[in-house]
Design a protein around this ligand. Structure first.
Ligand code: GLU
Length: 419
């Protein structure tokens, strides 16, 4: 089981961007825009009343941080999790602005959160919570205003309830108000695999610059949810060996490669990954130091820290989670010559497919899986190339390369709008 780190993610985001800002000499003219970047346009806190199944009333705290809508509506997931503070939501909304700018889509940053452990709620309680979230925030949301999506512990069904509530309040079917919905109510093909598939395409693209391939590589993955679980299956299919896997129930390892299809088959039946027969259970403190080629954090923020970065033996870290590496840990990885494929590039697909979903909803014309995949590959290739080449030309690491690409677009748009 991994622990929630107390590092302040907004500070972390600032430090990362400061570094990119200083790397690019032309950015001096954008001092004001840079300073403004760390202040979301607004962060709304709400108290959500839920009548529990046992008749009692419980109040949950929720947030929506709208970072910036300089060249498109606010966009970003809603997370249901017990550990959060407002700074974390703000940092995550800044990241969404950066992420959408790296891949160059006309949606900007937002993020939402409800402090709750959704596993402690019944289906009915979860639905009430989701609908109330929309009721309280209704006037701040909308297909041209702010479009939420799933994130940690939220799903397509939650988005469907939220879109339904929004449509009721709006007086018309408004599928473009939420993305990540089930296919039956305006979801896009290709969503389910979205984040993990994109991350693996990005990895393939970056590996191709040095004539390398995924097949045969040893991979360790932190997280077995929407992102980590699908990444494990996709790595397995590509011929990589998943030698370590961890989630809230614990960490498992097998140097010959875990039987991923079987583990996930059992997981769907309600088994814990640690119940898998024949696997070695290891301590969380030993997880990242397992012998591997690629480490994939696909869970929460601040998991690779000064305490464990030095023990990583892999050559590549593929950040599928948002902000999984602290600034200090990043420097340790850099000094060890470990290539970090940063979150803002590696996990951007969720929001890219959200953009495709929105286009389909707003035009009421739906794409084939082939069309989604073709657009995905085209967007991914351009983004990976921009980041790789920018990092190379500034003699810096990929994270700074990605920030430079994003900041350039953000600053220009802010300056042009007189912000
Ligand atoms: N939760 C995903 C992310 O953090 C998707 C956000 C979205 O589609 O708006 O990138």
């Amino acid at each position: 089981m991994w622990k929630q780190n107390t590092n302040n993610p907004l500070e972390n985001a600032k430090l990362q961007m400061q570094q990119a800002f200083e790397t690019h000499p032309d950015f001096v003219q954008y001092q004001d825009q840079f300073a403004k970047l760390f202040y979301p346009d607004r962060t709304i806190e709400i108290s959500i009343p839920v009548r529990m199944d046992d008749g009692t009333l419980q109040i949950f705290t929720g947030y929506r941080s709208q970072h910036s809508d300089i060249r498109g509506p606010y966009k970003g997931g809603i997370r249901f999790h017990q550990d959060v503070n407002a700074d974390e939501v703000k940092a995550l909304s800044v990241w969404m602005t950066i992420k959408t700018a790296v891949v160059d889509i006309p949606l900007w940053g937002g993020k939402g959160w409800v402090i709750v452990d959704p596993r402690s709620l019944s289906r009915n309680e979860l639905e009430q919570l989701s609908r109330w979230y929309v009721r309280w925030l209704y006037k701040y949301l909308g297909k041209d205003t702010d479009i939420p999506a799933p994130d940690v512990n939220t799903s397509g069904s939650i988005m469907a309830w939220m879109m339904d509530e929004y449509s009721l309040l709006n007086g018309e079917y408004t599928p473009g108000s939420f993305t990540g919905k089930p296919l039956s109510v305006g979801g896009s093909l290709g969503r389910k695999e979205a984040t993990a598939q994109w991350g693996i395409y990005v990895l393939e693209q970056i590996l191709s610059y040095s004539w390398e391939k995924i097949a045969g590589k040893k991979v360790i993955i932190q997280g077995t949810g929407n992102v980590g679980g699908i990444a494990a299956e996709l790595f397995h299919k590509s011929g990589a060996k998943v030698v370590g896997l961890s989630d809230i129930d614990g960490c498992i390892a097998d140097e010959n490669g875990l039987n991923i299809p079987e583990i996930f088959k059992q997981k769907k039946l309600g088994k814990k990954i640690t119940d898998t027969p024949g696997v070695k259970k290891i301590d969380a403190s030993d997880f990242f130091s397992l012998e591997s080629d690629i480490v994939v954090p696909a869970a929460l923020e601040n998991q690779i820290t000064v305490e464990n970065a030095g023990t990583i033996r892999a050559k590549i870290v593929l950040e599928l989670a948002n902000g999984p590496t602290t600034k200090e840990a990043d420097e340790i990885l850099f000094s060890k010559n470990i290539l970090v494929i940063p979150d803002i590039l590696a996990n951007a697909w969720g929001v890219v497919v959200s953009y495709f979903e929105q286009i389909q909803n707003n035009t009421n014309h739906y794409w084939t899986a082939e069309k989604v995949d073709a657009h995905l590959q085209e967007t991914m290739k351009k983004a990976a190339q921009w980041v790789y080449e920018t990092a190379k030309s500034h003699d810096t690491f990929l994270r700074s390369g990605a920030y430079i690409v994003a900041l350039q677009r953000i600053f220009e748009a802010m300056a042009d709008r007189g912000k």
